[in-house]
Design a protein around this ligand. Structure first.
Ligand code: NAI
Length: 263
């Protein structure tokens, strides 16, 4: 399996970066697809860009031509793709009374349309590979995996994150729909639903004791999660150990979804 290739969108920072590092440790060659060239290049270097173990590709997932270019670059660098971590995501503040249309469109563009555009290109490439090689479906199931980064906010809502919550709910359904279409080829599609994870997204919370206390009151484990703890789940979903799993969302939220009261 040392020849497997993984694309990680939003792979230059946060959860995506942890996934890129973990899959690289697992033996994957990785493509870091992100709009942040500086962080993306630095990570590719760290993971062995010079040894052809990692590449950074500039990609805005909300733009079809940019996504087409990502696939062209992936083919030209490594000639195949086996795993996608569909992860690039953004937030925009606003509830149903004050959310700006432009902010709604921006979040939809990255978190929903972006996930679709990347998943479509990658799925087509995977199906081509499977058909070309005549790979047995049971073998393909140990090789091909798509992992969509969802959130607890797929099912739990935050009033002033209307657009974000809507996209994550949609991602869970998209995960199921994709899993049904791709099962017959041996491509597995699952999602991860993190709770509060220590990345730039949480920066404002970390600097605000009141906000942190509010989050902790909804986190039975009493701490923020680490990006590596999400990357470990991506590693499992990309591995043959999850060969009978498709169409599901695995939550890692410190117990948040199990509770219906304030601790
Ligand atoms: P982050 O802000 O630390 O990293 C996001 C990365 O995506 C950055 O490198 C950024 O440059 C890149 N990106 C942004 N727009 C892009 C675009 N149009 N095209 C390509 N790349 C783009 O965020 P974080 O926290 O690592 O989030 C990653 C994913 O995890 C997101 O889908 C987010 O919704 C999800 N998530 C995060 C949680 C958290 O607590 N941090 C909780 C639940 C889900």
């Amino acid at each position: 399996m040392g020849d497997r290739v993984a694309i990680i969108t939003g792979g230059a920072n946060g959860i995506g970066r942890a996934c890129a590092r973990r899959l690289s440790e697992d033996g994957f060659r990785v493509i870091i697809a992100d709009i942040n060239a500086q962080a993306g290049e630095a990570l590719a270097e760290e993971l062995g860009g010079d040894k052809d173990r990692a590449r950074y590709v500039q990609c805005d997932v909300s733009d079809r031509l940019s996504v087409n270019n990502l696939m062209a670059e992936t083919r030209s660098a490594f000639d195949r793709v086996d795993v996608l971590v569909n992860n690039a995501g953004i937030v925009a503040k606003g509830d149903i009374l004050d959310l700006e249309e432009a902010d709604f469109d921006r979040v939809m563009g990255v978190n929903l349309k972006g996930f679709f555009l990347v998943a479509r290109e990658v799925s087509r490439q995977m199906v081509d590979q499977i058909e070309e090689t005549g790979e047995r479906t049971d073998d393909a199931r140990r090789r091909y995996a798509i992992i969509n980064m969802s959130s607890v906010n797929a099912v739990m809502a935050i009033p002033d994150q209307l657009a974000y919550c809507a996209t994550k709910g949609a991602i869970n359904q998209m995960t199921k729909s994709m899993a049904l279409s791709l099962a017959k080829y041996g491509i597995r599609v699952n999602a991860i639903g993190p709770g509060s994870i220590n990345t730039d997204v949480l920066k404002s919370v970390n600097d605000n004791p009141e906000a942190l206390a509010r989050i902790m009151s909804r986190t039975p484990m009493g701490r923020i999660g680490d990006p590596d703890e999400i990357a470990a789940i991506a590693s499992f979903l990309a591995s043959r150990d999850s060969s009978y799993m498709t169409g599901t969302t695995l939550y890692a939220d410190g117990g948040r979804m199990a509770m219906n009261y304030t601790v």
